[in-house]
Design a protein around this ligand. Structure first.
Ligand SMILES: [Zn+2]
Ligand SMILES: [Zn+2]
Length: 300
């Protein structure tokens, strides 16, 4: 049958492992295939796609904003070398880093001895709140933090150094994925407003999905570690209604206490569209890598 984990992060965003290490872990977990979906980065894809013995699918997870809320859009089978994608990602990362710098400045103003270099060291160009958080822990400013109280105190929306996101509009991101030949998918809807995925309270999610579909959304992430059975059932119904394909993945980052690769997966039958993709509409040269990596699925 074959299961696929279509949501994994490497150290090219906020994950712990290299794309090569992730390929090995996915194989050990017995997966038929996996997609690397770093936040706003495609830098790990070349190495990830070179993993053999497993079907590898190029992906990305784009941070975006929709009516004041943060939404993540997964893009699969993208032409990851496309200049339009590279340009957009460079802008996203610049905005992200600017935000991180402002957060560090606010911490410093609050009397916390934390240098930017300490935060940014060892990161592949991507600096987010999680890196600031880890730097605060390394410096002993935040101790054991099982309930995330330390995180919230400093970095949460009510925290003393919080700076709001300045993300790109969701519809633009969906458009970008389409523009570079990919399939846009709404990530982990159960995390947007968990209570609203309850079958009786799905109205808002319906409205959202309807609007995103009109903009070109093609899939929805149904299988995800925190999605309950009830959530999966509700999202499956939503997928049927809007003719979206279903995806799934672990959102593995490699940090302690996280479920490993394969903690949530999607069966092959749901993602044939991703694996076979539609050849005729592609340009020849620019989509070669994408064709190669996605078509590997046909042969296995
Ligand atoms: Zn996400
Ligand atoms: Zn993710």
């Amino acid at each position: 049958m074959g299961c696929f984990d279509l949501h994994i992060h490497s150290r090219h965003s906020d994950g712990r492992f290299t794309p090569e290490e992730l390929g090995e872990k996915c194989k050990k977990a017995g997966l038929a295939g996996a997609a690397l979906t770093d936040h706003d980065s495609v830098d790990g894809l070349e190495a990830f796609l070179a993993n053999d013995g497993i079907i590898t699918i190029p992906g990305v997870e784009l941070t975006s904003q929709y009516r004041g809320r943060e939404l993540h859009i997964l893009g699969y089978c993208i032409d990851w070398r496309h200049p339009a994608l590279r340009r957009a990602l460079a802008q996203v990362v610049a905005a992200r880093n600017e935000r991180a710098r402002e957060i560090v400045e606010r911490l410093q103003k609050a009397g916390i001895a934390l240098e930017w270099e300490e935060v940014a060291k060892g990161n592949g160009g991507f600096v987010g709140r999680v890196h600031i958080y880890r730097a605060l822990i390394r410096k002993g400013i935040i101790g054991e933090d099982p309930e995330k109280a330390g995180f919230n105190h400093y970095l949460g929306p009510e925290g003393l150094a919080y700076v709001p996101h300045r993300e790109f509009p969701t519809l633009e991101m969906i458009d970008l994925v389409k523009q570079v030949g990919g399939h846009p998918v709404l990530a982990h809807p159960g995390r947007i407003h968990p209570e609203r995925v309850h079958p009786k309270q799905l109205d808002e999610l319906h409205d959202l999905v309807e609007e995103l579909c009109a903009a070109g959304l093609e899939g929805i992430e149904v299988f995800y570690p925190v999605h309950t059975q009830e959530t999966v059932a509700a999202l499956s119904a939503l997928a049927r209604k809007y003719k979206l394909f279903m995806t799934g993945g672990s959102d593995y980052h490699g940090w302690e206490n996280e479920p490993g690769p394969g903690a949530a997966t999607v069966e092959r039958r749901y993602i044939e569209e991703l694996l076979t993709d539609s050849l005729p509409e592609r340009g020849e040269k620019q989509t070669k890598e994408r064709t190669d990596s996605c078509d590997k699925g046909d042969k296995l």
